[in-house]
Design a protein around this ligand. Structure first.
Ligand code: A2P
Ligand code: MG
Ligand code: MG
Ligand code: MG
Length: 356
């Protein structure tokens, strides 16, 4: 039997759309309730609030599915001020479309329930059954800086990505618009013309549609650009130097004959951008032997790029393996490129990294 994942896709898109109303509100506020996690990375009331809203929708619609999400409630249990702020936001956030809000169902009863909902994302993942993976704000540093960020949700079945949704509130709606890495330094930019949801279902292609706040509109098919001449191609890479080895990628660009400077952008907005042909190649080269990439940072983007005509592997040439657990422990780095040139890029990456 073919499973079409129609309901999963609809709920995932609406859940991301609703949570984005909350993150956009926080994005425009000066005080974002930022705290530091144990690994020293930042988390805001936007991350916690979005995670609560999205998991509440999953709990109501797919109560038997496992969830692997980035955030946990431990810090909120110790900070009444912070959790009340988040609870206020969660309570107030509704989709404009009453029917759509009804579809999401459930809701969050009270503050304690909100903390429990956040902690439903603590599954260990794995190669069996249905597992949702969620990054409520991917690219928190971009979110704080006024750059790109994404709400990333994907459904894995037996370790394979079946549905991927990326909400990118700061990317242009227009698939043909030039790559937008930044929205201006004042954070007060008009939201007009911005906000897009990228989606893909395995075997059904990838689409984009406006993020909006009302009912979902029909998606438009997206596809990667065909690269015929490397000299006119460019890399899309992290802003954060600590997330990808930028000097190695400069050598790779040079060997490939790429002359344009890399476009630096936070979050999985990179995957969405290349999937719609607004960029060409996404490179993420390991910086340390110890950091392991997380499944929620790649699952949605991986499927969206592959369904748009791309190939995604690690630097060893292996597909990303989302069935190992919460991390991509068996992979190293990421190379996402149009299928026609992926082999050529991989070859040069391996030469420069000394892998062959
Ligand atoms: N040391 C690290 N190396 C690589 N990626 C990291 C590291 N620390 C955090 N990340 C994650 O990298 C992603 C954003 O990186 P980039 O913009 O470079 O693609 C985010 O998912 C971020 O998590 P987070 O979701 O907490 O922002
Ligand atoms: Mg984080
Ligand atoms: Mg992330
Ligand atoms: Mg995150």
């Amino acid at each position: 039997m073919t499973t079409l994942y129609t309901r999963e896709l609809e709920i995932a898109q609406l859940a991301v759309q609703r949570a984005a109303i909350l993150t956009k509100r926080v994005f425009h506020e000066k005080a974002k309730g930022t705290v530091s996690k144990d690994d020293k990375s930042p988390v805001t009331i936007g991350d916690f609030g979005a995670q609560a809203l999205i998991i509440a929708a999953l709990r109501a619609n797919f109560p038997h599915d496992a969830i692997v999400a980035e955030e946990e409630a431990a810090q909120l249990r110790e900070d009444a001020g912070l959790r009340e702020l988040i609870w206020g936001l969660v309570q107030e956030t509704r989709l404009e479309d009453v029917g759509a809000e009804g579809l999401l169902g459930g809701g969050v009863k009270d503050v304690e329930d909100m903390l429990e909902v956040i902690d439903l994302g603590r599954s260990e993942g794995g190669r069996r059954g249905r597992v949702w993976t969620l990054d409520p704000i991917d690219g928190t540093k971009g979110f704080l800086r006024g750059g790109q960020y994404a709400l990333a949700l994907a459904l894995l079945e037996d370790g394979d990505v079946k549905v991927g949704v990326l909400g990118c509130p700061n990317l242009p709606v227009d698939d043909a618009a030039p790559l937008a890495a930044d929205i201006g330094s004042d954070h007060q930019t008009d939201d007009e013309g911005r906000g897009v949801i990228f989606s893909a279902v395995v075997g059904q292609g990838a689409t984009s549609r406006p993020l909006g706040t009302g009912a979902l509109t029909e998606g438009k098919k997206i596809s990667m650009k065909t690269v015929t001449d490397m000299a006119s191609a460019s890399f899309c890479e992290s802003v954060e130097a600590g997330h990808s080895n930028q000097s190695e990628s400069a050598q790779i660009a040079q060997r490939l004959g790429i002359t344009k400077p890399s476009v630096r952008m936070d979050s999985q907005a990179k995957y969405g951008s290349i999937a719609r042909g607004a960029g060409d190649i996404y490179l993420r080269l390991p910086t340390s032997k110890t950091y392991q990439e997380k499944i929620w940072d790649h699952a949605g983007g991986d499927l969206i790029v592959r369904e748009a005509g791309g190939q995604v592997t690690d630097t060893k040439g292996q597909r990303l393996d989302f069935g190992v657990g919460r991390t991509l422990a068996s992979n190293s780095g990421v190379i996402a490129a149009p299928a026609g040139v992926h082999g050529q890029v991989l070859e040069v990456v391996q030469q420069v990294l000394g892998l062959k």
